[in-house]
Ligand binder design. Structure first.
Ligand SMILES: C=C(O[C@@H]1C=C(C(=O)O)C=C[C@H]1O)C(=O)O
Length: 390
């Protein structure tokens, strides 16, 4: 077992880094690449793990990321070397200052804030006609620095600003990229974890920005718990997650009432769903298989899922890529942990592309959804030292 701080310090672009309250993992080198399409990735991962074990890889894992759309890109590998540590902790050390100058960035909004508000209005019309119950609409920011962005510093700041988050850095380079491309982020949302027969998911939906004033935060937490609109938005996600896991689990439990969880930038309604696999020895029920069955939840897509997916394609001007997909790891026993790819960015050379989305349901206020996406950008913007630009 390594020290969490050493693992973080050893991260270099091209590696895979993942840390959460369960521990940290740093993976280097590529023993095998898992190439498979939608619905067959868990099976291909299981085969790659078997083959790696046969060829002598010690305790092989599959690590990586899968994009939002079913036919989208994925980056899944069996790494050559894996190091693990305990969870990163809040240390006395402050996060390193950003090693770049905040004045040196250009920022493009896609769409412009007014265009996003328009998109939310159009989504509300689709909800009024009954075509949709919920859709999550995202917008993006493209930041360009005057020098290549040092991903290790950005990752270290993300981890140290919120050691409880699911922090990640995944190489997602594609043919034609001018430089290595890295997906980085600090997600608050556990899609699913599996340890032996025990399965846990933690869907989030229904949000308010966190502020500096503690009195105001207490008011916001109470308002979120009392908001019929946010509870309805949340119930879509908690219901679907419980329904899907119910296909695989016995003793499924979900708290009847959501609670509020906080990140350094947001408050969210949260439901913890737990269960025990009906047949833990079934090789088809790995953590990745459960994650693929759950994805995309209405936390990032909508209800009904098919119409929400087409509304997202119609209303969002930029393809989501890896945003709103999944990141994590799975091992030979089927254990693993996958999180929803939010509070994230893709970094390629001097460019950082961020996405943030918000759930739209009947009763949503377009200006409030815009403010919610601005607040969600703050996880990455704080880490970049660029608070206040969105
Ligand atoms: C879509 C995002 O977040 C998701 C949407 C939420 C909401 O609409 O309230 C809350 C948490 C996440 O499930 C994002 O951060 O980009």
């Amino acid at each position: 077992m390594h020290r969490a701080a050493d693992l973080l310090a050893a991260y270099l672009p091209g590696s895979f880094y993942y840390s959460s309250a369960r521990g940290a993992l740093l993976a280097d080198g590529v023993h095998a690449t898992v190439r498979a399409g939608h619905g067959t990735r868990a099976g291909a991962a299981a085969e790659a793990l078997e083959a790696a074990a046969v060829s002598g890889v010690d305790e092989p894992v599959v690590v990586g990321a899968i994009g939002f759309r079913p036919d989208s890109e994925a980056s899944l590998v069996v790494p050559a070397v894996v190091r693990r540590s305990g969870a990163p902790t809040a240390t006395a050390e402050h996060p390193p200052a950003p090693p770049w100058d905040a004045g040196a960035w250009s920022i493009a909004h896609r769409p412009e804030p007014a265009g996003y508000v328009d998109g939310v209005r159009r989504a509300l019309e689709l909800i009024k006609t009954g075509e949709l119950d919920k859709v999550v609409l995202a917008r993006s920011l493209e930041l360009v620095a005057d020098a290549p962005v040092p991903v290790p510093s950005l990752l270290a700041r993300l981890v140290l600003l919120d050691p409880a988050a699911h922090a990640f850095a995944v190489d997602v380079s594609a043919p034609g990229d001018p430089a290595p491309r890295t997906l980085v982020g600090a997600s608050p949302e556990l899609l699913v974890s599996r340890r032996g027969p025990a399965v846990v998911a933690n869907p989030l939906a229904g949000s308010l920005p966190r502020v500096a004033d503690e009195e105001e935060n207490r008011r916001r937490v109470a308002a979120l718990l009392a908001s019929a609109k946010d509870r309805a938005e949340h119930a879509h996600v908690a219901g679907q997650v419980a329904e899907v896991l119910g296909r695989f689990c016995v003793d499924l439990e979900a708290s009847p009432e959501p609670v509020v969880v906080g990140t350094p930038t947001m408050w969210h309604l949260s439901t913890r769903v737990t269960g025990r696999l009906a047949d833990p020895a079934d090789p088809a029920v790995s953590a990745l298989a459960l994650a693929e069955a759950l994805h995309p939840t209405p936390a990032v897509c909508g209800v009904p899922a098919e119409r929400a997916t087409s509304a997202i394609a119609e209303l969002e001007p930029v393809d989501r890529g890896y945003y709103a997909g999944l990141v994590g790891w799975t091992d030979l026993a089927g254990d693993g942990e996958w999180v929803v790819t939010i509070r994230s960015a893709e970094v390629c050379d001097r460019t950082v592309r961020l996405f943030a989305g918000a759930g739209v349901v009947a009763g949503s206020d377009p200006a409030a959804e815009l403010a919610e996406t601005s607040a969600k950008f703050r996880t990455l913007l704080r880490a970049l030292g660029l608070e206040g630009v969105a």
